[in-house]
Design a protein around this ligand. Structure first.
Ligand SMILES: O=C(O)C1=C[C@@H](OP(=O)(O)O)[C@@H](O)[C@H](O)C1
Ligand SMILES: C=C(OP(=O)(O)O)C(=O)O
Length: 411
């Protein structure tokens, strides 16, 4: 599906969707706990991949209004797990399935089949699991446990490897210690620790060393906070084309709340009063942006950089190359299609801001690319190819843009 966004004046109030990262973790914790409820979860392509995996593991659930009630499973069932487009789901499962003595296959879609898991697999192998797959251990791969507790080290190319281990190691009979090297995307580990703490899991964190004690999952209730990565598109719509008020912007451990500071540093008029964020049309300035902790807001910062005055430099962003697409490449390619001077660097990109011309971009099936580039339509006109992928993290995205006053049509 191709969607055309045309030059628009935006003015409206909106509620941000629930957090994808929190929803994944709450679903998995609930599946390992006896009985729990997840309030206001995100229902999207990626979180459905997790729900289907929860069912496969042996958990049961029912949705009532905006809540999902879970009956957990005591044993994780082996089987064929298709985690579709969701890296988080696949990574968490690799460690969980390593805690059982049975053999399972973990698979994913065309995009996920290109994403590497070697670092995580090497650690799990050292603890006693067996893996069968290609060099990168990208999907599909076969896993058979069972891992033993111990001391492990991992360099943090993806925080999801750490999250995965933090979910599985408490299920073992004895304590484990996990030492993480130079870590990317650290705030996602804080989200994991937040949910695990609420789930009765005992982990002590000393910097980047984690002491993980045998514990039983006992999550009772978890209310999902709003998603700050998704909010970055709504805030940007206000900055580029009028005014947006976001109503339910309650705080949580998400690193992407930093987007508020980044956009403010770019000259954006953003006010936060209580749980209400207001973003208004602003003249933007270029920025130098360290993307180490917050990879998912890079496409949004890049499109703001395209209209800002000056040269925006995004760095420390190597981890963007192993997302749904190589996001450094897809962002630069699409900016060029809209006449913006942009180039890749080894760990990021350089964007000369200024004029953006009308044109067509391709999401290549990557939800964050589709949403970020739709924003440039608000100041000119942009057709986004393969735009249906927004359903991965924000199924109502185009409906919400329309509600705010944007010209959105299927072409
Ligand atoms: O754990 C999570 O929920 C996520 C971790 C991040 O990945 P990396 O740790 O691989 O950078 C992020 O990009 C992804 O969208 C969600
Ligand atoms: C990279 C993302 O998610 P995942 O790794 O779970 O596929 C994302 O949502 O941008």
């Amino acid at each position: 599906m191709d969607i055309r966004i045309s030059k628009s004046e935006i003015d409206g109030e909106i509620t941000a969707p629930p957090s994808k990262s929190y929803t994944h973790r709450a679903f998995i914790s609930s599946s390992l706990s006896p009985k729990s409820v997840v309030c206001n979860p995100l229902i999207s392509g990626d979180t459905i991949a997790t729900l289907i995996s929860c069912k496969k593991m042996g958990a049961d659930f029912v949705k009532k209004n905006r809540n999902i009630y879970f009956l957990g499973t005591e044993t994780i069932k082996p089987g064929y797990y298709n985690t579709m487009n969701s890296g988080t789901t696949l990574r968490i499962l690799l460690s969980l399935l390593s805690t059982t003595p049975h053999s399972s296959v973990v698979d994913g879609d065309e995009s996920l089949r290109k994403r590497p898991n070697r670092e995580l697999v090497s650690v799990l192998k050292k603890l006693g699991a067996k893996f069968y797959g290609n060099y990168d251990y990208s999907a599909p791969l076969r896993v058979r446990g069972k891992i033993n507790p111990g001391y492990l080290e991992i360099s943090g190319k993806s925080s999801q490897f750490v999250t995965s281990l933090l979910f599985a190691l408490p299920l073992l009979e004895e304590e484990s210690t996990l030492k993480v090297g130079k870590i990317k995307s650290r705030p996602y580990i804080d989200i994991t620790l937040d949910v695990l703490e609420r789930s009765n899991i005992r982990i002590e964190a000393e910097g980047s060393t984690f002491y993980i004690y045998p514990s039983e999952f006992r999550l009772k209730e978890f209310k999902i906070p709003p998603d700050y990565s998704s909010m970055s598109y709504l805030i940007s719509a206000g900055l580029l084309a009028g005014k947006v008020v976001i109503e339910n912007a309650i705080d949580s451990k998400q690193g992407d709340k930093r987007f508020l500071d980044v956009a403010t540093e770019m000259g954006g008029t953003i006010k936060k009063r209580g749980n209400k964020i207001t973003a208004e049309n602003s003249e933007l300035e270029a920025i130098e942006f360290d993307a180490g902790d917050t990879p998912d807001i890079v496409p949004t910062v890049a499109v703001l950089g395209a209209v800002a005055r000056g040269t925006t430099i995004i760095y420390n962003a190597e981890h963007l190359r192993i997302k749904e697409t190589d996001r450094i490449k897809t962002v630069v390619e699409n900016l060029k299609r809209l006449g913006v001077e942009a180039r890749e660097t080894k760990d990021g990109m350089v964007i000369r801001g200024g004029s953006v011309r009308k044109g067509t971009v391709d999401s290549h099936g990557d939800h964050r690319i589709a949403m970020a580039f739709s924003l440039l339509g608000l100041v000119g006109q942009v057709t986004v190819r393969n735009a249906e992928c927004v359903s991965i993290s924000y199924p109502d995205y185009f409906e919400d843009l329309k509600k705010l006053g944007a010209g959105v049509e299927t072409v």
